[in-house]
Write a protein that binds this ligand. Structure first.
Ligand SMILES: C[S@@+](CC[C@H](N)C(=O)[O-])C[C@H]1O[C@@H](n2cnc3c(N)ncnc32)[C@H](O)[C@@H]1O
Length: 362
């Protein structure tokens, strides 16, 4: 029999989904803020066991969704026999009364008859279709959910997910809703705007001192600054952009999270005095966004030189780029030291969150 992730699967285990590449950063946040034990890390997935499952899981910033683990495996066979296992585990493994009790503590009981939606995701080549897995999953759930629950196709009060990726699968009750992934502050979107979890990961990597300042000199819709203010409302944050529309979006998005200094400027000539900024976090335009990849190296050189000028001696910069060699060349010119690099896939292309230290104290 395939080995299960949690033996025996207890409802107190959870799993979180994040952008592939951010697993270690998310696991660290989960450990630190929930005192949880990390059970397993897979692509875009962290299985963890908090001392108790509470609404605190919804305050995590580097994950996009959190689920109560019903069952999990890393021993699928890719063959049709998986379908029997999916049905059997869904029916037998979860402690349903306990799972539903936990769900109600976290998601308030809806007015009227609760609706539920079943989600089946499948990645990788399997000897069965996603629709077959969905059918086996639904069969396993037969008679397990309260009779008053009503199965719908969208906008449900509750969701139960089965996610199959290669030989692994997790099945869970979704504890989060869309606001965890999209954030309530994000009213205005720009095409090049960052996914909030990526911005949150950059803020974590910046390790900003409590009274430290954070600058995003090309702030777009302000996602990075919003993530900083979301964890510390009175933090000192400064941002700017060359584009007026981007600044309006940043203003709208930051309104609900906290005060920020925002200005229209050219990041190659910042109206900021020398050596007064503790941290910079920024994602400059990618080559494809500028239209001409050759312009990128010039832009990075000019912007990094200006960042170096405004950073304090022990300052650090967290920069998300796609063309990492153009950034490395620019960083070499100002003698920045590389501290970390995290690969993530954004806008369909590999990108890197890079951490740099201006001073010698890496
Ligand atoms: C990839 S976007 C930043 C997205 C932002 N992090 C967000 O989440 O919305 C890059 C931004 O750099 C701005 N930009 C490009 N060249 C600039 C320059 N020379 N000075 C300031 N901003 C610039 C663009 O207008 C754009 O808003």
């Amino acid at each position: 029999m395939p080995r299960r992730l949690a033996e025996p699967p207890r409802p107190a285990a959870c799993y979180a989904l994040t952008v592939p590449g951010l697993e270690q950063i998310a696991a660290q946040e989960i450990q630190e803020s929930l005192s949880a034990e990390i059970k397993r890390i897979g692509p875009g997935l962290i299985v963890f066991r908090p001392p108790q499952v509470s609404r605190d899981v919804l305050a995590l910033r580097t994950v996009e969704d959190v689920f109560l683990l019903l069952w999990g495996t890393d021993r699928l066979t890719y063959r049709a026999e998986d379908l029997d296992l999916i049905q059997r585990w869904t029916a037998k493994e979860p402690n349903w009364p306990e799972a539903l009790r936990t769900l109600r503590q976290i998601r308030p009981r809806p007015k009227g008859r609760p609706t539920v939606h079943l989600v089946t995701q499948m990645r990788g080549e399997h000897g069965y279709r996603r629709a077959d897995a969905a059918k086996a999953f639904a069969k396993g759930l037969a008679g397990k959910l309260p009779e008053s629950w009503w199965l719908v196709d969208e906008n449900a009060d509750y969701e139960i997910w089965l996610t199959i990726a290669g030989k692994s699968a997790v099945c869970g009750l979704r504890l989060s809703d869309r606001t965890m992934r999209h954030r309530e502050y994000k009213q205005e979107h720009l095409p090049a705007s960052l996914r909030p979890v990526v911005a949150a990961a950059m803020v974590r990597l910046a390790r900003i001192p409590y009274h430290g300042s954070l600058l995003d000199p090309m702030c777009g819709a302000g996602t990075i600054l919003a993530e900083r203010l979301s964890v510390q409302r009175r933090a000192l944050v400064l941002g700017g952009d060359i584009d007026h529309t981007a600044l309006l979006a940043a203003k709208a998005n930051l309104k609900s999270v906290g005060p920020a200094f925002l200005a229209r400027w050219d990041a190659r000539r910042l109206p900021i005095r020398d050596a007064c900024i503790d941290r910079i976090a920024c994602n400059p335009p990618f080559g494809i966004q500028l239209g001409d990849p050759f312009e990128i190296a010039d832009l990075y050189r000019a912007v990094v030189r200006e960042m170096d000028r405004v950073l304090v001696a022990e300052g650090k910069a967290v920069l998300l780029v796609s063309d990492v060699s153009a950034l490395e060349q620019a960083a070499r010119l100002v003698h920045w030291k590389p501290m970390a690099r995290v690969r993530v896939r954004l806008l369909g292309q590999p990108s890197y969150i890079t951490v740099w230290s201006k001073g010698t104290s890496a």
